[in-house]
Design a protein around this ligand. Structure first.
Ligand SMILES: Cc1cc2nc3c(=O)[nH]c(=O)nc-3n(C[C@H](O)[C@H](O)[C@H](O)COP(=O)(O)OP(=O)(O)OC[C@H]3O[C@@H](n4cnc5c(N)ncnc54)[C@H](O)[C@@H]3O)c2cc1C
Length: 317
């Protein structure tokens, strides 16, 4: 299609790649910017077993490589660039380049908030996890620890009891922050032990996690806890630092959109984990990516060519 509308997608995770597939199939030629490698944070985990259509575990790398191929087959152009600023749909990147688009889809995801303690990085994927929905089945009949005290931490603790033999829920305050009803459920669960007023100071092991060290904030006492898994739920941080100040975010910094996934700035859409939504999972990111790609296409169709630039691809200025 000559004079094709211009679409830039920021982030080549499940949301961004699916947006590219839908926009590409609608006849556009999206340019996708990825600061690292395509695939998104799901490739931090080796296998995925809750993506519909696959009854057996599949390699996350294989899944994401297929998504990338599918997007490329319908015209997606991928550039390794980190978006560092957006102003009126003009995107500046860390390499010093500037790109202009008529529509933008933000699919930049999140990063787990880390505590930065010893062993946390070393054992990621080998006992340290930030996602119980994803990794709990790997800890069947094992002892695991959950760090955090909010709703997510307690919900995930309850989820882990389906698999683990014992779950320690460790929180730094005197009381959990989670809703009463969740607290009640956790406190009455025979598999859950609550450890309050304590912080994790180290995760240790050889090849994989073997235990953690805890510091009681009140007594100053240090204890050791043997466990095979450590699940961290101390928050997610949205990758939104490069966005314009006038773009509406919620209190936690996630992007607010309407039902059509358009932000408060016309022509700028958001999808996947970076958006204010209720479930941060690949299937949701793909669903939202599909809708964002579709709605961005509708937006560009409405422009009727007036704002189109004169090449098929979004222009690098
Ligand atoms: C360890 C782990 C295991 C998981 N297991 C599962 C599971 O089994 N099943 C499941 O459904 N979900 C799982 N999840 C959750 C899943 O990974 C996310 O829900 C999903 O990846 C969200 O997709 P997304 O495209 O919205 O964001 P992301 O996957 O986070 O992708 C965003 C992409 O944008 C890029 N990016 C960010 N900022 C910029 C920028 N400024 N410029 C350019 N590029 C940028 C990032 O590098 C990244 O590639 C897991 C998560 C983790 C961390």
């Amino acid at each position: 299609m000559e004079n094709s509308p211009q679409l830039i997608i920021i982030g080549a995770g499940p949301a961004g790649l699916t947006a590219a597939i839908y926009a590409g199939r609608a006849g556009f030629t999206p340019l996708i910017m990825e600061k690292l490698v395509p695939g998104g944070q799901i490739v931090l985990s080796d296998k995925i077993e809750n993506f519909p259509g696959f009854s057996q575990q599949i390699s996350t790398r294989d899944l994401m490589a297929e998504m990338q191929k599918q997007a490329e087959a319908v015209g997606m152009q991928l550039v390794q660039e980190e978006a560092i600023g957006i102003e009126k749909k003009v995107i500046s990147t860390a390499s010093g380049k500037v790109y202009r688009a008529s529509a933008v889809i933000i699919a930049s995801g999140t990063r787990p908030r880390s505590l930065g303690i010893k062993g946390e990085k070393k054992f990621l994927g080998r006992g340290v996890s930030y996602c119980a929905t994803c990794d709990a089945p790997f800890f069947k009949n094992e002892t695991v620890a959950v760090i955090g005290g909010g709703n997510t931490a307690v919900e995930e603790t309850l989820y882990l009891t389906r698999f683990a033999r014992k779950v320690y829920l460790i929180h730094r305050r005197r009381m959990l922050r989670a809703e009463r009803i969740l607290q009640k459920r956790a406190l009455s669960h025979p598999k859950i032990d609550l450890i309050l007023k304590s912080v994790i100071s180290e995760i240790y092991g050889e090849e994989s996690v073997e235990g953690i060290r805890l510091l009681n904030k009140e007594t100053g006492e240090t204890t050791q806890l043997n466990c095979k898994g450590v699940f961290m739920f101390v928050g997610l941080e949205p990758n939104t630092q490069f966005l314009p100040g006038q773009l509406k975010l919620n209190r936690q910094g996630f992007i607010k959109t309407g039902q059509n996934l358009e932000t408060n700035i016309p022509g700028i859409f958001a999808c996947g984990d970076v958006r204010e939504n209720l479930l941060k999972q690949v299937v949701v990111a793909c669903g939202e990516g599909a809708l964002a790609g579709f709605m961005a296409g509708k937006y560009l169709d409405k422009l009727g060519g007036q704002e189109y630039l004169d090449t098929r691809h979004p222009t690098q200025l």
